[in-house]
Design a protein around this ligand. Structure first.
Ligand SMILES: [Zn+2]
Length: 217
């Protein structure tokens, strides 16, 4: 495989990761920071599977990567496995797991130091965790294969149209058709809407136009 299609594949993979992440952020579940409840989180801890505000993301970083692996949703690059981990958990489920035993009268802390204590209690000491909870196994993610298949499909489509020269078409038609084919009368006033060659010509022109519009291939 050429380096160009490798690059295309990597680009498409990143685009897919970003689009799934953005969809997750639009989800009602993830519209508020999982820890402090502030609006519009743009960070995530992908191993825990939660979306965070920038302040809580900083606190998560301090916990160390053995507890929380933090990334910016829009500024970092992602792998499908990391995205799927967020997809599997999300803020609502994470609260059900990590805050299962939070006291009824608990008030979510707002100042930095009490917020850090809360976050440490929650993820480092697992003080409020649901005892019965078993971390899920990550499923095998094969977005790369899907993207490869899609790209291959596009390539085949393009190749078929481009390689169909009139000579090849004529031969195919003769092989499969009755003897009447060569006896087709020559139209004296050929309409662009009649005849195989014209149709092919149009398809080729259309393909060319599409390629021009896309500005690649
Ligand atoms: Zn927060």
């Amino acid at each position: 495989m050429s380096s160009r299609s490798e690059r295309d594949k990597a680009k498409q993979l990143q685009e897919k990761c970003q689009s799934v992440l953005n969809a997750l952020l639009r989800d009602e579940d993830n519209k508020y920071c999982v820890d402090c409840d502030s609006k519009g989180p743009r960070w995530a801890s992908w191993n825990i599977g939660v979306f965070l505000c920038i302040r809580c993301a900083g606190i998560h970083r301090n916990l160390g990567v053995h507890i929380s692996k933090v990334k910016s949703v829009n500024l970092d690059s992602w792998t499908p496995e990391q995205v799927v981990s967020l997809q599997q958990m999300g803020n609502s489920r994470a609260r059900a797991v990590y805050e299962a035993n939070l006291p009824d009268n608990f008030r979510r802390p707002q100042n930095d130091s009490s917020l850090e204590s809360f976050i440490r209690a929650k993820y480092e000491h697992k003080k409020y965790i649901a005892r019965e909870w078993v971390p899920p196994q990550l499923p095998k993610v094969d977005w790369e294969k899907e993207i490869e298949e899609e790209m291959e499909k596009q390539r085949r489509k393009k190749k078929t149209v481009v390689s169909t020269s009139p000579a090849v078409t004529e031969k195919k038609v003769l092989e499969g058709a009755s003897v009447e084919v060569p006896q087709l009368p020559k139209p004296t006033n050929p309409s662009p809407k009649s005849g195989r060659t014209n149709k092919l010509e149009r398809e080729r022109n259309k393909e060319k136009k599409d390629s021009d519009l896309l500005g690649r291939y």
